[in-house]
Design a protein around this ligand. Structure first.
Ligand SMILES: *Cc1c(COP(=O)(O)O)cnc(C)c1O
Length: 463
């Protein structure tokens, strides 16, 4: 549904003064709240004090807050945002023309900063609260490297120490991201490593493993909790990260509102759920309050299908089982997905907020195979000029598919999708695609069953 009176520009920008001053917390409007994090020993909800041993104090408050709809963005963070935000909302006129579709397609482009993705939105917030608490530094994990890069940039800006555990296969396959992080002053270790007890155990149990996000999280948490003056920060999955990423959705909504555009379908790729959660939050709020209705579609890789084939259950957020238990769609904490090219989507679990929304039928999910994702990426790059990240291209795939359905039916739907980042550091994957040797891997039911067997069993956790 679009107001046709006003010509829509290729790029809708907001003025600096129109940028959000508060994050929006969708949990406040959810009737069914996401289940609380549980302490794996006591199976009781994690207290603020327990969480405070791992996370910064103010971030713990944000993690537990399911009442306040709006949380002010501190001025220092808003100033940092101004260096690379507002990000453009682009009308994909060229893609529409190429597809010859009556659909109107828009994408919110988050790749306009050196880290190359939306992750900087939360990195700066988390680093800010760590600094404010007087900490020396933070530890984290990174998969494909986008989160580690973003955090390194934020820590350099605030002069905080940054220790990154990088999934081993990415560390080896993506030396350029590693060097960006080191340029920004981060200390980068391939995971699993010999530097932690949990890393040594994982190496002993799975010799030669190329690592996973779950393993790297275990290592980073161990270092944070055993080093004075350090806390652990995470680039996705957690409620606080979704909250920070709501800046994407708030800007998108403000830009659409300027031209009285109402989307019909909102699409995003889903790894841990933060960009999708952030993009849809304000729109989901309207749906939850009964003001408007939208279709929301999460797109995940067929090789790591947490929503579409996972179980809704309490599980650990990491492979080493050192984190609290979170109720979410999960493939099991010991599920190690095949080495697909969308590293940022290789995670066994999913945001608790999105899991609950999906469980309640408020959101849809689909899975796609990577060669079809790269076909979409190639078409998009050729007509829209941006070389997209493999992760983001999952959303492009489904946006194109939905636009083609409109071509069949003649419907003029308005489609908005999140273009989370650029793919310049992913050229090895593009090389495989261009050489025609990219493979699609879909786990068998038996392989998934092995992952489900690792989900902890206790009364009330039936799935
Ligand atoms: C990390 C990443 C994702 C996936 O993470 P979410 O938390 O699900 O948003 C998607 N796109 C890019 C470019 C990323 O770096």
């Amino acid at each position: 549904m679009t107001n046709t009176n006003k010509e829509i520009p290729y790029k809708i920008y907001l003025e600096e003064s129109e940028m959000p001053k508060e994050w929006y917390n969708v949990r406040a409007d959810m009737k069914e709240k996401p289940a609380p994090l549980l302490n794996p020993q006591t199976l009781k909800p994690m207290t603020a004090q327990e969480l405070g041993e791992v996370f910064c104090e103010e971030l713990v408050q944000q993690e537990l807050d399911d009442k306040n709809a709006y949380i002010p963005i501190p001025q220092e963070i808003r100033d940092f945002y101004k260096m690379y935000r507002p990000s453009p909302l682009v009308r994909a006129y060229c893609l529409e023309k190429k597809l010859d579709t009556p659909a109107k397609i828009y994408y919110k482009f988050e790749g306009n900063n050196t880290s190359g993705s939306h992750k900087l939105n939360s990195a700066i917030a988390q680093a800010y609260y760590a600094k404010k608490q007087g900490l020396k530094g933070v530890t984290t994990e990174t998969g494909a490297g986008q989160w580690g890069t973003a955090l390194s940039m934020a820590c350099a800006y605030l002069e905080l120490d940054c220790k990154v555990y990088m999934v081993k296969c990415s560390y080896e396959q993506k030396p350029f991201r590693r060097e960006v992080m080191r340029t920004y002053g981060a200390n980068v270790t391939p995971s699993p490593s010999e530097t932690t007890a949990v890393g040594r155990k994982i190496l002993a149990d799975h010799p030669g493993t190329s690592g996973s996000l779950g393993c790297a999280i275990s290592e980073a948490v161990e270092v944070a909790t055993s080093t004075p003056g350090y806390r652990y920060v995470l680039g996705s999955v957690l409620n606080q990260v979704l909250l920070h990423q709501s800046v994407i959705g708030l800007e998108t909504k403000a830009a659409l509102d300027k031209y009285q555009i109402t989307p019909d379908i909102i699409i995003g790729c889903a790894g841990g759920g933060s960009n999708l959660g952030g993009l849809i939050s304000p729109f989901m709020g309207e749906k939850l309050r009964g003001e408007k209705d939208y279709r929301f579609i999460a797109v995940e890789p067929a090789s790591c299908p947490s929503f579409t084939r996972g179980k809704f259950a309490y599980d650990f957020c990491d492979t080493g089982m050192v984190t609290p238990l979170q109720k979410m769609y999960t493939l099991g904490n010991n599920f190690i997905p095949s080495a697909s090219h969308a590293g940022g989507l290789r995670y066994h679990g999913m945001s608790a907020v999105l899991s609950q929304l999906y469980h309640d039928g408020l959101m849809e999910a689909v899975s796609v195979e990577q060669t079809s994702v790269f076909e979409a990426a190639e078409m998009f790059a050729r007509v829209e000029g941006i070389l997209p990240a493999p992760e983001s291209s999952h959303a492009i795939r489904i946006a194109i598919d939905e636009a083609m359905k409109c071509k069949e039916t003649g419907e003029e739907k308005t489609i908005v999708f999140g273009l989370t980042g650029t793919g310049y550091f992913d050229m090895m994957s593009y090389e495989k695609f261009n050489d025609g040797i990219m493979k699609d891997y879909i786990p068998t039911d038996e392989e998934l069953a092995a992952g489900f067997a690792g989900i902890p069993k206790f009364p009330g956790n039936e799935f």
